[in-house]
Design a protein around this ligand. Structure first.
Ligand code: MG
Length: 254
């Protein structure tokens, strides 16, 4: 009887706290719709219309301190990390928008009543100093718009992750590169792993290791339903996907 009661209370606690429910993060926004493009304002606004945990985006620091939103290091031949804002501002996305600055995304996040998080990836710049400067500038911008509670951070750069932890000690910060155990990241106060599907397949024990340290497990980029189901079964907390509608369905399946 006592064991049954403990089990019941544990189940209730987990349900109340959302444990066990896999959450969806739209990769580069919800862009796979008419009129949107990856990492566009439209893709962020689309994501805000969905009942999902977060919308991921990528940022690069220009030589004059602007944070540009784009995935690749170059766009139409312009290398973002070695260019000025003036060289980047008129770059046109596939949907006709000009390339956004992070501050425009933060304005959108400030206005929205949605509880969705913006997951900001600090891209891995070539120079250590730029990774650190990009992390600092991003946290400063987020704090400046008063949206720290609506933002989480990720990076392939361990240096950027550590700088994010230093500058924003209350923020969730996850490492992307898949080559470090949760236990080692935990020493640096990094709060999660955000690893490729195959990395988690090859190291399934990292899920329990991370959870035992109160760290999150996110997996990218999972677009096939069978892979989503596999990762859900493995016990990940978040699925980052280009197919958020499909992922919502999988996450809601009993
Ligand atoms: Mg990214």
């Amino acid at each position: 009887m006592k064991i049954k009661y403990i089990f019941f209370m544990a189940t209730m606690f987990m349900a109340m706290n959302g444990y066990g429910q896999v959450k969806v993060i739209a990769h580069r926004g919800y862009w796979d719709t008419e009129g949107a493009a990856q990492n566009s304002r439209a893709s962020l606004k689309n994501a805000l219309q969905l009942d999902i945990y977060g919308s991921e985006t990528d940022i690069w620091l220009t030589t004059d301190g602007h944070l540009m939103v784009n995935h690749d290091e170059s766009f139409n031949g312009v290398m973002l990390q070695t260019s000025t804002y003036a060289q980047c501002k008129d770059l046109t996305l596939a949907n006709g928008e000009k390339m956004p600055e992070l501050k425009e995304f933060l304005q959108i996040m400030k206005k929205t009543k949605s509880r969705m998080k913006l997951i900001i990836e600090i891209k891995k710049h070539d120079r250590l100093a730029d990774n650190l400067a990009a992390a600092r500038a991003t946290v400063k911008a987020v704090d400046g718009y008063g949206v720290a509670d609506k933002v989480e951070y990720i990076s392939f750069s361990l240096d950027a992750c550590k700088e994010l932890v230093r500058c924003a000690p209350k923020a969730r910060v996850a490492y992307l590169n898949g080559d470090i155990t949760p236990a080692v990241l935990h020493i640096d106060k990094i709060t999660g792993i955000d690893y490729h599907l195959d990395v988690l397949r090859n190291n399934p024990h990292w899920v329990d290791e991370a959870h035992g340290l109160d760290m999150d497990v996110n997996v990218w980029t999972v677009d096939k339903v069978a892979d989503m189901q596999e990762m859900k079964k493995l016990g990940v907390d978040f699925i980052t996907t280009n197919k958020p509608l499909e992922a919502i369905k999988v996450c809601n399946e009993r």
